[in-house]
Design a protein around this ligand. Structure first.
Ligand SMILES: [Zn+2]
Length: 138
């Protein structure tokens, strides 16, 4: 992408050089109307070159930002994976419990989506508020 922009900048720069020579020629031949037209064209080319250089810098900034974000995503994914490995669950009476005894959590939700969903205690059963599965406390 930025090499395409570099090529465009080089092309426009070459055009600016070429138009300058034409401007000199117009002065030599005293064609003032032609000279004015050439000066206008040169002005437009200079503006186009500035715009391209701005775009090139913007692309460069986006690339840098993109690399930073990619690194951040990798870091967060790693942290997430580490966090999931640390959770040790045991099954008691049809529900998952953490090592510190916290629970119960829905086994279906965790096994399917690695989500710890606290089940509702409804008398003799537990009901998951997300997947609505019902487990009889046994
Ligand atoms: Zn569930």
């Amino acid at each position: 992408m930025s090499t395409d922009i570099s090529k465009a900048v080089m092309g426009v720069s070459a055009g600016i050089d070429a138009i300058k020579k034409l401007g000199d020629l117009a002065v030599k031949t005293q064609n003032l109307e032609l000279r004015e037209g050439i000066l206008n064209l040169r002005e437009q080319l200079l503006e186009a070159k500035d715009a391209l250089l701005d775009a090139k810098e913007q692309v460069s900034n986006y690339k840098e930002e993109n690399a930073t974000l990619k690194a951040r995503i990798t870091e967060l994914e790693q942290r997430l994976a580490d966090g999931q490995e640390e959770i040790k669950l045991t099954v008691k009476k049809g529900g998952y419990y953490k090592e510190d005894g916290d629970g119960p959590y829905c086994t279906g939700c965790y096994d399917n989506n690695q989500k710890l969903i606290r089940v509702n205690d409804v008398g003799p059963i537990w009901r998951c508020p997300v997947c609505k599965s019902v487990v009889t406390k046994t």
